[in-house]
Each structure stands twice: as structure tokens, then as C-alpha cells.
Design a protein around this ligand. Structure first.
Ligand code: PMT
Length: 231
């Protein structure tokens, strides 16, 4: 009967809401064959996109390079670099809510070489780095068209809650999902995640659970947020 209920087109809690999700790493090119990257698999962000879509949201998933298939009912925009990810996010606006789970490279190589950099005996190339745009901070601080709910992640290897709170303030978002990405945690690439949900008022300690379960709980919280906004 419950299945019929949904199949008959009953309203899901995020029906009519547009959501933006980022996921995966970015690749910052050094030359045509090399890049700077990180260990993100995209699993956590993809699970969030799927969970939001399950609750009826219209989801745009801006994804760095991953091996994952786009979740059913989600529009995926594939990008490589942080600059491209920012442009794809801006193109997806306006949205009601945005969740930034991507592991965006903080730095890129200042000037990408046109040709493969040659290995020369006894000579080491030096890479000069430039700072990438901060997508989360850019969207959080939009003067007009800021999403009603902006959620960032904090990937930390120590003093997770403190560092997460500092990021909440610095980036100007509404919530931070802080997670341990130390070597022992297995968060990068693994199937499980242990997170804290931080708001300006509260700290919640969620148990270690699957990334799918983290995503479903977070999507439910997003739905509750919008129900409160409507009320
Ligand atoms: O992909 P998985 O293997 O499933 O792993 C999941 C995860 C560990 C990548 C994910 O849970 C996570 O923590 N994502 C954020 C990783 C990160 O880059 O954290 P950060 O603390 O460096 O960045 C803080 C926030 O700012 C993040 O929301 C990030 O998306 C955003 N950011 C960072 C830099 C930048 N230039 N632009 C951004 O938008």
C-alpha cells in the first residue's frame, strides 16, 4: 500500500525543490599527461545526490572524475578542475539547497604546460602553485540568489569538531558535515563514514555508518529544514 501511495504521485518531501551536490576529487592539470589529485572516490557525494532524488528533489550532481555511475533520476555534470567545477555550479543556480561534498583541490599549477614536461637527467621541474577558487565560500556569500540552505563538508585529520566549526564560520555556510579522513579512518574511498553535523548552535555526533545511511539521514534533515521554511 505504501508503494502504491508513492506510485500514485503523492508528494515526496523534496518534490519541487532544486538541489545542487558536488562530489569527487578535482584534477588539476600539470601538463597534457599529469595532474594533481586526491583520494576522493565520490561515494559520499553520489549517495547524497541519490538520497535527495529519492525524496523527490530535482538534483544536479557536479562531479569530478570518478568511476561511479550517475544515480537514477539525477542530472550529472562531469568536470575535471576546480575552476570547471565552480563554473558548472554557477550554471546550475538558482537552487533551493546546495551540498558540497567534493574534495576540491586547494591549489592548481599556475601555468599548465602545453607539452609533456620532459624528464632531464639531474634536473627537477619546479611547480609553481596558485590558489583555486573556493566554491563553497563563493556560493555561501552570494549577495543575490544564495541557496536557502548551504551545506559544506570538512575533511579533517585532527581536532575534527574545532576545525569543522572554524570552517563553518570561515566559509559562511549553514551546516558543516565534519568527517575524519585520517589514514586509519578509511573515509576516502571506503563505504563507511563517521561524521559530526555542525550548525551555528549545535554539534551532533552521528554513529559510524554506511555512506548511504549518512546520505539518507542528511537528506531527511534537509527535507525537515525545508518543511520548517514552508511552515
Ligand atoms: O569521495 P569519498 O571517497 O566518498 O570521500 C568522501 C569525502 C571524504 C571526500 C567527503 O566526505 C568530504 O569530506 N568532502 C569534502 C572534502 C574537502 O575537500 O574538504 P575541505 O575541508 O578541504 O573543504 C571544506 C569544504 O569546502 C568542502 O565542502 C569542500 O567541498 C569545499 N571546498 C574546498 C575547497 C575549494 N576550493 N572549494 C570548495 O568548495
Amino acid at each position: 500500500a505504501i508503494v502504491d501511495f508513492f506510485a500514485n504521485g503523492a508528494e515526496k518531501p523534496l518534490q519541487g525543490r532544486k538541489m545542487l551536490v558536488t562530489a569527487g576529487p578535482t584534477h588539476e592539470p600539470i601538463d597534457p599527461v599529469r595532474y594533481i589529485a586526491n583520494r576522493s572516490s565520490g561515494k559520499q557525494g553520489y549517495a547524497i545526490a541519490a538520497a535527495l532524488a529519492d525524496l523527490g528533489a530535482e538534483v544536479t550532481l557536479v562531479s569530478g572524475p570518478t568511476r561511479l555511475e550517475a544515480p537514477r533520476g539525477v542530472t550529472r555534470k562531469s568536470v575535471e578542475s576546480a575552476k570547471d567545477m565552480l563554473a558548472a555550479c554557477e550554471a546550475a543556480l538558482p537552487v533551493d539547497g546546495a551540498i558540497f561534498a567534493a574534495a576540491v583541490a586547494d591549489w592548481r599549477v599556475e601555468t599548465e604546460a602545453d607539452q609533456k614536461i620532459k624528464k632531464r637527467d639531474g634536473e627537477l621541474p619546479s611547480l609553481s602553485l596558485a590558489e583555486n577558487p573556493d566554491i563553497l565560500a563563493t556560493v555561501s556569500r552570494l549577495k543575490s540568489g544564495r541557496p536557502a540552505l548551504v551545506v559544506g563538508f570538512a575533511a579533517e585529520t585532527e581536532t575534527i569538531i574545532e576545525n569543522g566549526k572554524a570552517k563553518l564560520a570561515k566559509k559562511g555556510c549553514d551546516w558543516i558535515v565534519a568527517n575524519d579522513v585520517g589514514n586509519e579512518s578509511g573515509t576516502f574511498g571506503g563505504d563507511d563514514n563517521q561524521v559530526f553535523l555542525l550548525t551555528n548552535e549545535t554539534v551532533e555526533d552521528w554513529p559510524k555508518q554506511s555512506k548511504d545511511a549518512v546520505a539518507q539521514t542528511l537528506a531527511t534533515r534537509v527535507a525537515q529544514f525545508f518543511q520548517g521554511v514552508d511552515a
